[in-house]
Write a protein that binds this ligand. Structure first.
Ligand SMILES: [Zn+2]
Ligand SMILES: [Zn+2]
Length: 361
């Protein structure tokens, strides 16, 4: 029997697949389907591009207009060009740039059939840019907000360090919602003598920020809905105000737990770390523990004093001298758990008339 390979019915070369040679097969089954020109509607504020049903945020630098246009073009091509084979790689070479028009060479690389070698296809594509304002930027410029987050502190001012840290948390949470929550923005931050107020686009985002602040600062929280009007259908519209009240104490301050004087040594998600100044033991409580209800504020860390050990000898009371007032105190050696020798420095505090040596830090 003699097997004869039939020639390609298009060009007469040796046929490999479906009666076609590789070249004619690739022509019949190209890697991509391209329509040109491609119209791009981009937000003039944030660079997002319009996609069916919404807007796609563009990552990276949006200040460099050329770089932004290239990124927008790549995204638009990725969305518009139909891949006829999922393994096809697309790249673009910018050939010509006008004010609102980009001419590119679109290069597709891949295989038309798994029996064929990969090849490259080139398509000239024109991209036409139109500018608008995306939904998010429109809402932001209109001051839209579903939530007000109020940061206060219990019987003190919110410190500058706390404000800086809270704004960092707000930024992180907001950025992490970009692209998923179109209302993930903060329209206004105001600081006043009580603390700080933030107007937040999305109620969901505001709640996630509040969750984090509540656990990180062991803060009190109150969620309050206020009627602000009615929607078209008559449905009532509410806005949430979330009050976060930071505790009066901060790390280093003095508190009473179960009536025992303690120094706050840590504060965070794990709870409140305390050092009991009488028993010299550390322990942790959190707002769910029974001991939490016995928590009382005693004094700020600033009442701490520095002392110099002026005499430490075997079997004798230890003498320490206040570095500011030069007042001398005598301490029973059994109550002196610092390794500081004569000439060394220790810290102590008077709380409700009693002197306590502080843990080393
Ligand atoms: Zn052929
Ligand atoms: Zn925008």
């Amino acid at each position: 029997m003699i097997r004869v390979t039939l020639p390609c019915y298009q060009c007469g070369e040796e046929a490999i697949l479906e009666g076609l040679c590789p070249t004619c097969y690739r022509k019949k089954y190209p890697l991509v389907e391209v329509r040109t020109p491609i119209k791009i509607t981009a937000c003039k504020r944030c660079g997002s591009i319009k996609i069916p049903g919404g807007w796609k945020t563009i990552p990276g630098n949006i200040d460099d207009s050329e770089e932004l246009m290239n990124t927008q073009a790549s995204y638009a091509i990725g969305l518009e060009v139909g891949l006829l084979n999922p393994a096809v790689e697309l790249t673009i070479d910018i050939e010509n740039r006008l004010d609102r028009v980009l001419h590119v060479d679109l290069i597709a690389y891949g295989m038309s059939h798994k029996k064929l070698e990969p090849h490259e296809e080139h398509y000239p594509v024109e991209l036409r840019f139109h500018y608008a304002t995306c939904g998010t930027c429109g809402m932001m410029s209109g001051g839209y907000h579903e939530a007000i987050l109020q940061i206060r502190a219990d019987e003190r001012e919110v410190s500058q360090e706390e404000i800086t840290e809270i704004l960092r948390i707000v930024t992180d949470k907001t950025v992490s919602k970009y692209g998923q929550d179109t209302k993930a923005f903060v329209t206004e931050v105001t600081e006043n003598k009580f603390g700080m107020d933030l107007r937040i686009g999305s109620e969901h985002l505001a709640k996630r920020i509040a969750d984090q602040l509540e656990s990180q600062y062991l803060a009190e929280r109150k969620d309050n809905y206020k009627l602000i009007g009615q929607e078209k259908g008559g449905k009532e519209k509410y806005r949430i105000t979330i009050l976060i009240r930071l505790p009066r104490f901060q790390i280093g301050d003095f508190v009473k737990v179960n009536n025992s004087p303690c120094q706050v040594i840590s504060l965070g998600k794990g709870g409140l770390g305390c050092f009991d100044l009488q028993t010299r033991e550390s322990f942790t409580i959190n707002p769910k523990s029974a001991k939490w209800r016995t928590l009382e504020f005693l004094d700020k860390e600033t009442v701490t004093r520095e002392y110099m050990v002026t005499m430490r000898a075997f079997d004798q009371p230890i003498q320490i001298m206040d570095s500011k007032t030069f007042e001398i105190l005598e301490i029973d050696p059994s109550r002196f758990d610092s390794p500081a020798e004569t000439g060394g420095t220790v810290h102590g505090v008077f709380l409700e008339g009693t002197f306590y040596l502080l843990p080393m830090n």
